[in-house]
Ligand binder design. Structure first.
Ligand code: SF4
Length: 204
């Protein structure tokens, strides 16, 4: 059997997107249904994705200078598509921030309220974006930022540690292993998610 890394190098289209990681974190079986069986989700679950796209489109209405004032950003690039074969990821970043201290940082807009706790999903998403930045700009990334649109554009700073990078790396390994091997993953531990899941009728 081929190693995961070798398989990836031979099939670079298998790079992971932040949205695929979000699906995995909701339930690993989503990867099996979506990527192994090629069964698409129903449209209703895509509503949040649509909202996210709307945020992308509305982003220009937000005062572009407030980020710089608050966090010492000296420049930024907007809606940047990046891929990194080395890190096995690809995706569009809302913003890449160039900081005074010489580091770079991803900034992500969320169509959500800030609940005074950081969801793991957000942190993993920022780690993926940090890899995309380091893989393309060769600069250090040690933090990311999230703008919570439904909390008056509240800006949250998210430090990224070695442990965060390790944990996200394990998730990517697992996603690729499911895709390559066709393994049927365990059910989500949170059975409440199954109640309105679009795959519940075929998920036994
Ligand atoms: S029904 Fe439950 S276990 Fe099955 S894919 Fe949906 S969330 Fe996961």
């Amino acid at each position: 059997m081929k190693s995961k890394q070798n398989s990836f190098e031979e099939q670079p289209e298998l790079s992971i997107t932040p949205s695929l990681v979000m699906e995995y974190l909701f339930c690993p079986r989503f990867i099996y249904f979506m990527e192994c069986l090629k069964i698409p989700q129903h449209e209703e679950r895509r509503f949040k994705v649509q909202q996210g796209r709307q945020v992308h489109e509305n982003r220009t209405r937000i005062n572009k200078e407030y980020v710089r004032k608050k966090i010492g950003c000296i420049d930024k690039e907007i809606s940047v598509y990046l891929s990194s074969l080395r890190h096995r990821v690809r995706g569009i970043l809302d913003e890449v921030l160039f900081m005074k201290d010489g580091t770079l940082a991803p900034l992500e807009y969320k169509f959500a309220q800030y609940k005074e706790r950081l969801f793991n999903t957000y942190k993993h998403q920022l780690v993926l974006q940090a890899w995309l930045i380091t893989g393309n700009y060769q600069k250090q990334v040690n933090r990311g930022y999230i703008v919570f649109v439904r909390s008056k554009n509240y800006l949250l700073k998210v430090p990224l540690s070695e442990r965060d990078f390790d944990e996200t790396g394990k998730i990517i390994d697992d996603i690729l292993e499911i895709i390559h091997s066709g393994r049927f993953p365990k059910k989500t531990a949170s059975r409440a998610k199954c109640i309105d899941c679009c795959y519940r009728k075929i998920c036994v």
